[in-house]
Design a protein around this ligand. Sequence first.
Ligand code: KIV
Ligand code: ZN
Length: 522
Amino acid sequence: MKDKIVIFDTTLRDGEQAPGASLNMTEKIEIAKQLNRLNVDVIEAGFPVSSKVQFDSVQRIADAVDTVVAGLARTVDKDIIAANDALKHAETFRIHTFAGTSDIHMLGKFGSDRYGKTLTEKRNNILQMSCDAVALAKTFTDDVEFSPEDAGRTDIGYLSEIVEAVIAAGATTVNIPDTTGYTMPLEFGQKISALKERVSNIDQAVISVHCHNDLGLAVANSLSAVTNGARQVECTINGIGERAGNASLEEIAMAIAVREDLWDVETDINTSEIFNASRMVSSFTGMIVQPNKAIVGENAFAHESGIHQDGMLKDNKTYEIMSPEQVGVTASKIVLGRHSGRHGLASRLIALGFSPSEEELNTVYQKFLDLADKKKEVFDDDLRMLMGEEVSIKDYSHHLDYLHVNLGTTTIPTATVRIKTDGKMVEESATGDGPVDACFNAIDRALNSKFHIESYQVRSVTVGRSAQGEAHLKLKSGDKSFSGRGVSTDIVEASAKAYIQAINEYSIQGEVNELLEAVTAP
Ligand code: KIV
Ligand code: ZN
């Protein structure tokens, strides 16, 4: 019998902390449902105390899935109470509390004298705060995880002490984060093994690891920890997360599956849902997967050289250590055409990992027919975009109703937009440096807005001259950024949709954030 590795997915918490990766509520719920299909063991859904948006999304995700859902909390009573309030209606849930334990974190984050004047006093206080937090969480749920943040750079003596104390206080999982991605695989593995030797009650908790990718070693470090006794791995789809990201779920799951001959462990991941999960996260976050990314990159199963192609024709094992089907990659298909029915569309969308409601299906079907009129071939990725757009714009109040652009080599670009905003129509025109700028100016007039555009990208979704274009845009207001995405066979229209979506995000999140105290995410 192999030991099970618990897969703790933190795409919706640490992943969403990636710069520019913010997700709206409907997108988070769709991703959570896909993680459920992927069969992860725990979904970390957010940091409830940090904002009303976070609180609500943790609550809604816990309602939407039957996986264990975790909420993050500092070792502060109000954080733990907020996590419980967000999760308490779920059948089973986990509270995950954390405190910085390296000297650098102690002296920086806990620099104030109220945590103690000397390093020893600070260490004692943090240890006590951590145990109190675990004990409080334990009054709400049996499933409590503690993370000594920056464990990778924490002195092993103190790390062992705090791990032993929180287990005694009731922690059932002790997570060892390499928060800054500093350690080397051998060193990190030894850290896990040292904890097993030094912590007398270690067998009363699951050892987990949470590795960041600053030196590109997050997956290697996680696997080295597994070799040394870790039995939970924290990871994200496509490896998204703070800075260089987290360990990538698909790489961990496939390394364990492909090299089953090496491991005395296994995961319960339904690997055939990996590709759908990857595409969904990429399209909702706007974080493009690099073509050569292991497992899910566009080139991961492409064979270019003649020798390789010849070998593959003779036996695909010559150059493939896993099959594309194993991770859910199928050849990009022309799925449906102008005469396809709603039923055909619905079953293809479900196969791609979506769960369209009747209402969503009606709208997407109409959009699909429009697209099939414009394009000869409709691919899976086109459907992903249509459905993704539908999911993304559902809760918004401003929608593009009409767009007209005048442009030529000797004319000043002029755009007219009609926007449905809170039930009424507003129409405005404006000129600009180019057609996109003219659109943005017209939208600003219609919505009485003016934003600085921080980043703007357009890419083709599928192939050919009639391919859809996807625009991603980030606008800035104060120190906050809001992202939007738009898809159309016309890149100017895609850009206008992306701008309106970002303004919608600003309207939702900007207002909500003003009501909240600022809580910095870890
Ligand atoms: O990187 C980190 O240390 C974290 C903790 C909250 C687990 O994200
Ligand atoms: Zn992290």
